[in-house]
Design a protein around this ligand. Sequence first.
Ligand code: FRU
Length: 735
Amino acid sequence: MKITKNCIGILLLLFTLLSSCSSSGEKKYRIGVSQCSDDIWRDKQNSELKIGAYFHDKVELRFAAAFDSDERQIQQIDSLVKTGIDLLIVAPNQVSTISPAIDRAYDKGIPVIVFERKTNTKKYTAYMGADNFEMGHLMGEYVASRLNGRGKIIEVMGLKGSSPAIERHNGFREAIAAHPGIQVIATLQGDWTEPTATSTVKHWLDVNKGTHVDLVFGMNDRTAMGARKAFIQAGAALPLFCGIDGLPGENGGIMQVRDSLLDASYMYPTHGDKLIQLAVDILEGRPYQKETKLMSALVTRDNANVLLMESEEVMRQSQYIEKLHLTARGYVKQLANQRTLTLLALATVVLLLLLLLGIYMYYLQKARIDDERTQMERDQLDFYTQVSHELRTPLTLIEGPLTQLAETSDIKNATAGARELLAIVRRNTHQLTQLINKMLDAQVGTPRDGMTSQQIDAITAMQLDPVTQPQEVAECDEEAPTILIVDDNADIRAYLRSVLQGRYRLLEAEDGSRGLELAREQVPDLIVSDVMMPVMNGLEFCQKVKNDVISSHIPVILLTARALNQHQIEGYQSGADAYITKPFSHELLLVRIDNLLHSRHQLKDLWSARPAQVHPEPQVATTVGSEELHIEDAFISRFKKVVEEYMGDSNVSVEELAAKMGLSRVQLYRKVKALTGNTPVDLLRKARLSRAKQLLTTTGQSVSEIAYQVGFASPSYFTKCYKDEYGVVPGDDRK
Ligand code: FRU
């Protein structure tokens, strides 16, 4: 049991270890990425962020895109913060609108990286992005040179209030201003998206039909392409279109330049990998640059092809990295599984070893206990064998002479009592021999070897006198005290009978139950009882005797082979007055009986000492000390009340008085006699005389009147009794 518990404990420990080993113990960095928009530029940047994160396996990215809505971006930042991010990367939709959400994140202690678009709050940790002013400026210079310093251009702006739109415009206009031959004939408001550009430009074309345009500068490639669409829709002559972003791939600016849809673009750097590196540096407390400026280049028809090839190569490499990452992740998983399996196997081996150790220890202990038990049994056997042999010799020497003695003419002519005593001795010697033989047989498991078969047969064949079992032996003085013997062994009863008869009147019962019946019916003066008996044992019997008001006063002697202190304690607890252990001397028994009967006499002044009063009937009677007195006192008081009530009635009988007490005549007689030394009739007479004496001294009534009043049928009998009781005739006590 203990071993199993230990094993379970170790198993649990191992599993805890396993689980802690299989999950990397390092903390994960949760980085929230709040994009203001969702488009191919953002897509490119997000996938770079993801690839960047592969190089930092502690990084977990959480993306959100606001689709150019301030409100949505504010909400998304707040909820990213709520999910518990460790760092926020944000491209704010406009300069001022998103600032409160950025402030909230920053104030919570979350580091904030603003990238690509600017904010007017100072609460950010770092900024990373390209120089949009410079970009606008370069584009202005390119346009001027492309148009050879002369021409009409339209500028289509990015989202109002967003920092790249403002800065690109400023840079562009500053460069253009240096070329007076270039005329910006319209500055239209876009929002970075193609549809808005198309509709805005289309509207302008509709209003300014026939106006010649040399070039349209859209602030990003999508805007430029949107404007181109408007020109096509309006059926106007197509000017040159320039944009910004210069993205690789299908629908990207580089391809549009190569295909002459756009005249030029500018590669607006995404650099998601650099952004992740900056974030990790901040999170890990490494030094970092507060402002990082990203560099880039112009895309024209001259370099579009090369750039496209290069960017396609980069994309291929990215895809390759992605693949590598997936494969590596598979390996890592496999490795983790293998480690778990190895640890499990190790745990199983350890468990098995422990189990084996447990089993080994168990058998070791069992073997030791078995050895000890065998040794004990051997010692016990030696002891029994020795004792049995020792007992047999004297037993043989008792049985033999006894058999001879029984044959002598002296014994044959002896009294029945003497012959019975001898028979008891012979029967029990025989029984003892058999017991010893049985004991030896049980221990050795072989036929008896200490006694010859002739001896055994001789004993078995002995003519044993039958046991006599009289229920009542009353061959003694009528006045002698009655003793009830309760024992299931007929020989013990016979022996007790031989010891007690002649001195006491005897009653016998073979178990506690029958004993109880006799105790109630006959109310003996004393009880001698065995303890171990069938039906009802002696302890229960004694307790019942002591709890019954009829028998509670009867002294009980427990006579038993149970010699231990604990047994004696149990005996006294059951209410026994004496506890004698077998074997016992008959003199001791006689003295104990005599003492107990004698001490009963000490209760006999109960009648004269106590005035009549009603005591509550005790529920449980015990026989110890003052409590016993109290119980018997209560009985006598009750009886006194009954006597006083009925003494005026000269016809009242003892039967009637007994009935009033709820007892039979015999029960009342015995109980009252035992407690007071007087019979109920004596007590009735004493009560009558005592009342008469009182009346004689306190009233003027005549002797005859008083005699009748106290229940005497004739005055002359009253006078006789009075004289017997008080030594004087009633007239002498007259006042
Ligand atoms: C992408 C984008 C780009 C543009 C940039 C300006 O969302 O519109 O096309 O160059 O943002 O912030």
